[in-house]
Design a protein around this ligand. Structure first.
Ligand code: DP6
Length: 323
């Protein structure tokens, strides 16, 4: 039986970060996280079963080596679920600069999970899709959902999943200052492993992040934008502090990253309330409220970084076409 499906998923940016696993095979994280799915970055993936071998084309280029193996291992999980042994042709298109800390693996594996299961004739509940996507890339568990999402760390395969959070009208938006859209020197996967294995600050990160997580749920529940922003910024800085303590140190920051962080502080003093977060890359994402989007965008443009994108909360994963 062959089948083909196309799915679209959007990337997400964590407001409380996931950085470190307790189980690498199952991708069970050390801490729970919270994210905002964005409308600006998306991956569209078509999966067709019935092939003799797995093949992956990403943005027009055939993947080989480690990235292709990672997709194939993920397809093994879908084969197991569907009880089938044939292979798949995967064609994917990204509007996320791949591997530049703009969460391409999140949208990528969320779209792949949805397309591969749909094309295999499976209908998964959103939670089960989140559990499956997690095993492709942890952050993909959250991209199954639109807007604000929470990923409960859990303790085993079935208790580690994401679900949507009710947004009490926070009116969130994001300005992405693209400092460098090139490929990062070390993947988030390797960098978080290195941090967990070598940084003396890793345990402190885990306990601080657990406390940030519960404060964040309270702040979101209360609709308190200031508290949400403060927590997001300090949690991101704490994650990077834990990386700096690794051997060798993990340093994603570039001079323009620091200029952006300073700009955020200045904008705040001038009354445009905004907060910075950074992931496994030099780009700075600025969390603000929608009415402040244009002011902040202009200020970042005047700084003269490589690029600026604005984003609003985006939708969860969807199947666009199934035959
Ligand atoms: C800094 O989800 O890319 O963006 O599970 O190993 O694929 P793997 O890692 P990945 O890590 C994301 C790290 C982060 C923070 C976050 O998105 O929570």
């Amino acid at each position: 039986m062959t089948g083909s499906s196309t799915a679209v998923a959007h990337s997400n940016i964590a407001l409380i970060k996931y950085w470190g696993k307790v189980d690498s095979r199952l991708a069970i994280p050390a801490t729970s996280s919270v994210s905002l799915t964005l409308d600006a970055y998306r991956t569209e993936t078509t999966v067709e079963w019935g092939a003799e071998q797995d093949s992956v084309v990403l943005d027009g280029a055939v993947l080989s080596g480690v990235p292709a193996d990672r997709v194939s291992r993920f397809l093994d999980l879908v084969r197991d679920l569907a009880g089938r042994s044939d292979h798949a042709t995967v064609v994917s298109r990204n509007t996320v600069p791949t591997a530049a800390g703009l969460a391409s693996s999140a949208s990528g594996f969320a779209a792949l999970a949805a397309a591969a299961t749909s094309a295999a004739g499976l209908t998964l509940a959103p939670r089960d899709l989140s559990i499956l996507a997690r095993k492709g890339s942890g952050s993909a568990s959250r991209s199954v959902f639109g807007g604000l999402a929470v990923w409960y760390a859990g303790t085993d395969d079935l208790s580690s999943y994401a679900e949507p959070l009710v947004d009490p009208g926070l009116d969130l938006a994001m300005v992405v200052a693209v400092v460098n859209a090139g490929t990062k020197e070390i993947s988030s996967r390797d960098a978080m492993r290195l941090t967990a294995e070598t940084s003396p600050y890793y345990d402190a990160w885990v306990s601080a992040s657990r406390s940030d997580f519960s404060s964040m749920l309270d702040a979101i529940g209360a609709g308190d934008f200031t508290r949400v922003g403060e927590l997001a910024e300090s949690n991101a800085m704490r994650m990077h502090a834990s990386m700096l303590g690794s051997t060798p140190p993990v340093t994603y920051w570039e001079p323009d990253s620091v200029r952006c962080l300073r700009l955020v502080r200045e904008l705040r003093s001038a009354g445009a309330e905004c907060y910075a977060t950074m992931d496994a890359g030099p780009n700075v994402k600025i969390l603000c409220r929608r009415p402040d989007l244009a002011t902040i965008r202009t200020a970042v443009e005047e700084l003269g970084v490589a690029g600026v994108t604005t984003a609003l909360p985006g939708p969860g994963v969807r199947i666009d076409r199934a035959t």
